[in-house]
Design a protein around this ligand. Sequence first.
Ligand code: GLU
Length: 296
Amino acid sequence: MAERGYIGRFAPSPSGPLHAGSLVAALASRLDALAHGGRWLLRIEDLDPPREVPGAAEDIIRTLAAFGFTPDGPIVFQGQRHPHYQQAFDRLRDAGWVYPCGCTRKEIADSLQQRGSAPERHRERVYPGTCRHGLRPGQAVRAWRVRVDDIVVRWHDEALGDCEEALARSVGDFVLRRADGLWAYQLAVVVDDALQGVTHVVRGDDLLGATARQIHLQQLLGWPRPVYRHLPVVTDARGEKLSKQTGAAALRSDQALPALEQALAHLGIAPTGADSLPAFWDRAVPAWAAHTGTAR
Ligand code: GLU
């Protein structure tokens, strides 16, 4: 399935315009692809309509173009790819990995409390496996979960080194699809990375916690594992991740050069001092290659 050679991608969710934080992920993924002589794809992750802002996808695409990002292939929209997610879901279900779950959030919290393992605030709840052996009579399906057995997922991150996660202890059986039809990000990203032949995933370390679940799904589906590189996310003055939700400022197309230099500085690379966008890209690629030890 995977094509030969390097294929990277930037996969923003259209919950707002491009900002200084998402620019870092876009820039690093593009520089890494260029430094490897590879291809770079743009995928709009529009799978969660209630969290999307009308016009944000077009805005992100326009801003990226104005900043000199040129995708090496058609832009893909997850919202148009439901049949692919369904196919992967059916395969997992047919193989016995998926089961229906009827638990409400409150039931999960109560059950965890009874076991004396109430989750800390902001921490993901570990699903206690209540519905593993079937629903109660008359209980409605709220979601479908994939089974996580007692495995430790180990992988190497290009920036962070060796990582591991005991999935059963960190998240437990996780949701692939909600009863209202919403696909989980974990499934969609794994399906698309595989079908697009993505070999390298360069993204913010806010997604580090999703990596083990994604590798688990790749393994169940028999798909190759991409190389991962997680980058420190940009934080605001309060130390919170810069995000569309916390009101990060939209990038202005007439400020492309300073914004790109700032993103490069966040990656730990000295300013290029370029006076034009083409000059910026010409200089930033070898600088990234030197910084990451990439030989072409
Ligand atoms: N769509 C995800 C986000 O914007 C990123 C997905 C990924 O890079 O794997 O947070």
